[in-house]
Design a protein around this ligand. Structure first.
Ligand SMILES: [Zn+2]
Length: 179
């Protein structure tokens, strides 16, 4: 079966130098799993502008990644949507780590989307910032000494600070909790 991530670029080649929209709802057949955890990205909404510029294809726009996985404290299922922007270049001889492969008449967006999802979807999500875990009396969440604000959270109904989608937080989470 043809991958839903492969895009015919012949219309874009006919309009070289012009930004043409690509809006699509993409669903990886097996979900898109992060290497680190049980987080699965099940649907991606992409809203891109594609432009042929010389020998390159430039893809710029927004991705909304719908994901699900267990809360890192209580293991209850959590769902979320991470939205982030990308701007990437595709070319026939890609530079590893910098640009992506461009075929003659089509482009496979999957490697780029996979990398963008890895960087932007939370590695270890929380069902809420106040989550106390499965049995807070026996296993208080206070072991997380890096987060002193948690100690006075009882009775607080403050809105959790949205952290999903910020790759800096994801990196921190991986460092502190990824064992
Ligand atoms: Zn939880």
């Amino acid at each position: 079966m043809r991958s839903p991530f492969i895009v015919d670029i012949t219309p874009h080649k006919r309009a070289s130098g012009v930004q043409r929209p690509l809006v699509a709802e993409l669903e990886p057949s097996e979900g898109m799993c992060l290497d680190t955890a049980e987080i699965v990205t099940s649907a991606l909404h992409v809203d891109f502008l594609l432009e042929i510029a010389g020998e390159h294809l430039v893809a710029a726009g927004r991705i909304d990644a719908h994901w699900h996985g267990p809360c890192r404290r209580c293991l209850e299922p959590v769902t979320g949507v991470s939205s982030f922007k990308v701007q990437e270049i595709f070319e026939q001889v890609p530079v590893e780590g910098e640009t992506y492969l461009l075929d003659k008449d089509e482009v496979d967006l999957e490697p780029m989307l996979r990398e963008a999802v890895l960087l932007n979807v939370p590695v270890v999500p929380l069902c809420s910032d106040d989550c106390l875990g499965p049995d807070p009396d026996r296993f208080p969440a206070s072991v997380e000494v890096d987060d002193p604000d948690d100690s006075d959270s009882s009775g607080s109904d403050a809105q959790p600070v949205p952290r999903a989608g910020d790759p800096r937080w994801a990196a921190l989470d991986a460092l502190q909790f990824g064992d």
